[in-house]
Design a protein around this ligand. Structure first.
Ligand code: ARG
Length: 443
């Protein structure tokens, strides 16, 4: 039985096709659906659409359903379309007519909007924690290996000296900028769409400011048409932010795959973190990083998928929007798995010492030699030419020392500044506000 069925049911094929994978993805929304309902009914009571006794009964039952969701005993029954229907049906089954009152002044359209906002808010909070763990590890590794030099490449050809200090912290600083875009996505997400109903509001005098506060949103989507237009737009912005983190991990993984190749031989991993070949007994393959690279490249396509899925949809609700769940939701899990595995792998990475002692890397120091001459008063272009000729004539004999002091270079990594930036951006999410509001609702 569906919420909207009057006298005639839909063909089973139509029901199955339109429900699609919704019952599976809606389970991720269940706890938030209940919280949204708890805020909605508290507001309904203040505008006279529920008595305080009804509010109490409904709240008590919703808390029980929330408990079942949190301990894993909640499910969406066979034949029930979605989580919104399931919760309303459970209420009606247990409480009778009062359960049927809960949907006054809302539609599943704004219900699913608010559920998704709360879900994304929660996912971004845990993602921020995982990013922070990787960031801290990268900075620690950078400090630990700051004196270990590494070839730097341009065009994948030998260029200038780099270091593990630079390399690890480069990815840490990349995560700082990824967090900035994640924060922008969080701010777009953290606005209340509840009360927009089917997309055109309600003739009940809903108090949208009240539900905004109860759910701990920073503000509301004021215009009800825009609130509905936010479906798809929010997901796209969030997907783009996930894509930025994913791009950082892909690039890091590609570097690691190169660096652990024996022709480079900069990094190695204990046997238990690499994989072998079924035919070549000597193999130690970087499968974990290859999969992180592939999965993270896949995550970068999600924003584009959402673009295509929602391209040219006019304003207002369309069932196409349901498909956004199966497009976006898995990306959170995939990205968090990739972050966790990157931490596991890098924490065990063995960094090779004295890589640049190998004479094949001597040309990395060509600019050093030019700069030394410049410091004695030789014009740069003349010094460049002299070193170039020395190289051509086989007379190049560098000291093998790199002397860098400016901000962000081998000798002055500025990791404290990078750490400071990460702390500042992480703190300004203000996750506590959202969390406190939701625990107040439940208590
Ligand atoms: N499962 C639906 C979705 O995700 C819920 C909203 C249904 N609204 C409707 N008008 N059919 O979009």
């Amino acid at each position: 039985m569906k919420l909207w069925e009057k006298s005639k049911g839909a063909l089973q094929d139509v029901t199955d096709f339109t429900t699609g994978t919704d019952r599976e993805w809606d389970l991720h929304l269940a706890q938030f659906d209940v919280l949204g309902s708890m805020a909605h009914i508290r507001m309904l009571e203040t505008i006279g659409l529920l008595t305080s006794a009804e509010l109490k009964t409904l709240t008590g039952e919703l808390k029980k359903i929330h408990g079942a969701i949190m301990n894993g005993t909640f499910s969406i029954d066979q034949g029930v379309e979605d989580v919104h229907s399931q919760v309303e049906m459970m209420l009606t089954k247990t409480l009778g007519d009062v359960g049927k009152k809960i949907h006054s002044g809302r539609s599943r359209n704004d219900q699913v909007l608010v559920d998704i906002r709360l879900f994304i808010r929660d996912e971004i909070q845990s993602l921020a924690g995982s990013i922070r763990a990787l960031f801290d590890l990268l900075i620690a590794k950078s400090e630990e290996h700051k004196n270990q030099l590494l070839p730097g490449y341009t065009h994948l050809q030998l260029a200038m000296p780099s270091s593990f200090g630079l390399w690890f912290a480069a990815y840490a600083e990349s995560l700082v900028d990824d967090v900035i875009t994640l924060q922008a996505a969080y701010r777009v997400t953290n606005k209340n769409p509840l009360g927009s109903g089917a997309g055109y509001g309600s003739s009940f005098p809903l108090n949208r400011t009240m539900t905004t506060e109860l759910l701990g949103f920073e503000d509301l989507n004021y215009n009800v048409v825009y609130a509905q237009m936010g479906r798809g737009k929010t997901e796209r912005i969030v997907a783009a932010a996930l894509g930025n983190v994913a791009a950082t991990l892909s690039k890091l993984s590609m570097d690691v795959c190169l660096y652990m190749n024996p022709n480079f031989g900069f990094i190695s991993f204990p046997d238990e973190l690499t994989t072998g070949s079924s035919i070549m007994p000597h193999k130690k393959n970087p499968d974990v990083f290859e999969l992180i690279r592939g999965k993270c490249n896949g995550i970068q396509s999600v924003a584009n998928e959402i673009n295509l899925l929602t391209a040219n949809l006019p304003s207002g609700y369309h069932r196409d929007l349901q498909l956004l769940k199966e497009t976006l939701f898995p990306a959170f899990r995939t990205l968090s798995d990739c972050l966790r595995m990157t931490v596991l792998m890098l924490s065990k990475a063995k960094v090779n010492e004295r890589i640049l002692d190998d004479p094949k890397y001597q040309y990395l120091f060509s600019v050093e030699e030019v700069n030394k001459l410049v410091q004695t008063g030789v014009p740069f272009r003349d010094a460049y030419k002299k070193v170039g000729l020395d190289i051509e004539q086989g007379k190049f004999a560098p000291s093998g020392k790199a002397n860098y002091t400016h901000e962000g270079s081998i000798g002055n990594l500025c990791n404290d500044k990078i750490k400071q930036l990460m702390h500042t951006h992480q703190d300004s999410f203000n996750f506590q506000k959202a969390q406190q509001a939701l625990s107040r609702l439940l208590n």
